[in-house]
Design a protein around this ligand. Sequence first.
Ligand SMILES: NC(=O)c1ccc[n+]([C@@H]2O[C@H](COP(=O)([O-])OP(=O)(O)OC[C@H]3O[C@@H](n4cnc5c(N)ncnc54)[C@H](O)[C@@H]3O)[C@@H](O)[C@H]2O)c1
Length: 345
Amino acid sequence: MDWSSKTVLVTGGCSFIGSHLVEALVERGARVRVVDDLSSGVRENIDQAMRSGRVEFEEADLLDPRTAAHAVSGINIVFHLAATHGGRGFISTHQAACSTNLALDAIVFREAQRAGVEHLTFASSGCVYPTSLQEDPTEIVYLTEDMVKPPYEADDMYGWAKLMAELSLRAYHEEMGFKCASVRYFTAYGERCPANHAVIAMIGRAFLKQDPFIVWGTGEQIRNWTYVSDIVEGTIRAAERIEDGSAVNLGTMERTSVNQAARMILDRCGLDAELKPDVTKPTGPYNRVADNSLARRLLDWEPKVPFAEGLDRTIRWYFNEHDREVVSKVFEESLTERGLESVRR
Ligand SMILES: NC(=O)c1ccc[n+]([C@@H]2O[C@H](COP(=O)([O-])OP(=O)(O)OC[C@H]3O[C@@H](n4cnc5c(N)ncnc54)[C@H](O)[C@@H]3O)[C@@H](O)[C@H]2O)c1
């Protein structure tokens, strides 16, 4: 796609992933409109992109249909990332808040289709997969896209809303020919990721030199942490290559337990703390790893950044960007709440 001829809307563009996406689109020559209510996004996340002169920012709530209609006017391509979302600590403890995504997604899709937008890519999630397939960490399971099917069994209200949005988009394509794609992100991490996500929470604990070092759940939970630049590359390729509303996994196939990740972080930070599981905390499924062969086939995409390398970069960013005194004051709250990311230093 010739991005230099496109005007692109990134909803939620001040978020962790959204801000990296905005930068990648600017690099490709696109003009970008960011609409974000800053409920968890941080305006400074797009500072660098704004300096290109190719980005306009509007602080607004897309739950208002008139705002959404205004946001999509004159737009060729939409990336819809705005959501009430956080890591496991947030989504498990805020079901009602996450239910607003049902309305938000419906409004954005309706206004984009009405405005004649050429293509919309939706940020979906591994949370659309049946939780019963993800219970046993000793089993080697890779989730393939076709496992999301009736009778459906999504993960928390957040996952159900992502699933409903995927199904809505497919209907928009089938009934109206609307060109669209859903990308199922698996446990993204990297620079600007908030502390309600496990890897950042663990880096934060190391930053605060916590000992014993608290791990949520037994620590045996398996994840496939996927670095943000890989997530962004797959998202842009989906916009270029998928038109029929298909959903595709974006995730590595590296299987890493929370305990392994904790030890990798402690090693890199030169600490020798004792891991202490806390099984009263939200953990999510115990075995979640994507199969990424569909993305390889449809998008010619593969993850480029191994977990060990992405972790080094993320730790470097965290230690450079945060202040110990400030972090220690908001740390516990930041594990389950959103919107505290502007408080770093
Ligand atoms: N981070 C992950 O591991 C992950 C995994 C799966 C899916 N996702 C999805 O990717 C997207 C980006 O997530 P993220 O982790 O970068 O950060 P995030 O969840 O903080 O991003 C959401 C953004 O949307 C904005 N927003 C929320 N409600 C809004 C509204 N009504 N109007 C306008 N803006 C609004 C927020 O301020 C924020 O900038 C989200 O849709 C999320 O559900 C993320």
